[in-house]
Ligand binder design. Structure first.
Ligand code: UGY
Ligand code: MN
Length: 263
């Protein structure tokens, strides 16, 4: 593994990876190959840029490890760019429009495109890890702009997904046409699966929170594990079987929604 667990230098065996990148189509990025990127405005943060327009996405996802006094005190997003922050572990204080929000593990905040997100670590000197997202907001005629949304997934109802009790879905944002996207968590008991191989225009960036799965991406069956990132481009074939003994296979993912396709 690379910088995430400080194991760098020569390794015992041959170099190998499970990561696959098929630009515009799909990608699986394992923690092994992620590198630390410097991004202006982020201080004392280890940052990996995951899905991005260079991969074929119309959004950017990041995995951020926020150190002791780290964070973004300058402001992230705004000026047409909406942002979303999810706490994988740790505690952060987010500030939006002068208001502060204390976010613990499973906590999240959505910040609409006219506002900036600031945050700092608040975890008694320990690191916090975040899944961060940004996307240019797509306006629509006679549709109002979204507001700030915050919550914690531990307080969100998990509903059976498409009639399957072993697959649970949580919607982190309201089903409201002012949003041009949503963020969901899907959780599959071992052995559970999608009901069909999806073929849709929407894109996803997904971060695996727990468990393991065999994921069909454009009819390639890819093993995926906790900590992996999956990009599914527009029309990428997609479905999974959860594998493993007891841990559910769960991932948080974004999906564009509520808008026509622009020409
Ligand atoms: O919402 C979705 O499109 C979701 N079912 N896709 C996925 O899990 N790959
Ligand atoms: Mn899908």
């Amino acid at each position: 593994m690379g910088y995430l667990n400080h194991q760098q230098g020569y390794r015992e065996g041959l170099l190998e990876t499970r990561s696959v990148v098929k630009k515009e189509a799909y990608a699986v990025l394992t923690p092994d190959g992620l590198v630390n990127n410097v991004v202006p405005g982020f201080e004392d943060c280890d940052m990996s840029i995951l899905g991005s327009p260079r991969m074929g996405a119309r959004f950017v996802d990041y995995l951020v490890t926020v150190k002791n006094n780290g964070g973004n005190k300058e402001g992230f997003g705004g000026d047409g760019i909406q942002t979303f922050l999810y706490v994988v572990y740790g505690n952060v204080t987010a500030t939006v429009d002068g208001q502060t929000y204390e976010l613990t593990e499973g906590g999240y905040i959505y910040v609409p495109p006219h506002l900036e997100l600031k945050f700092e670590n608040n975890n008694n000197g320990e690191d916090s890890r975040l899944f961060l997202y940004k996307k240019r907001y797509q306006e629509a005629k006679n549709v109002s702009k979204p507001e700030v949304v915050t919550g914690n997934v531990n307080n969100i109802e998990a509903k059976a997904y498409e009639g399957m009790e072993e697959v649970l879905v949580q919607d982190l944002l309201p089903a409201d046409i002012s949003f041009d996207m949503n963020i969901h968590i899907l959780s599959f008991k071992p052995g559970a699966s999608h009901g069909y191989i999806e073929t849709h225009v929407q894109e996803h960036g997904a971060y695996v929170l727990s468990g393991r799965g065999m994921y069909n991406l454009d009819n390639d069956w890819m093993p995926v594990d906790k900590g992996d990132y999956i990009f599914m481009g527009a029309y990428a074939l997609q479905a999974t079987y959860a594998v493993g003994l007891d841990e559910p296979f769960a991932y948080i993912y974004s999906k564009d929604a509520n808008r026509d396709i622009e020409l």
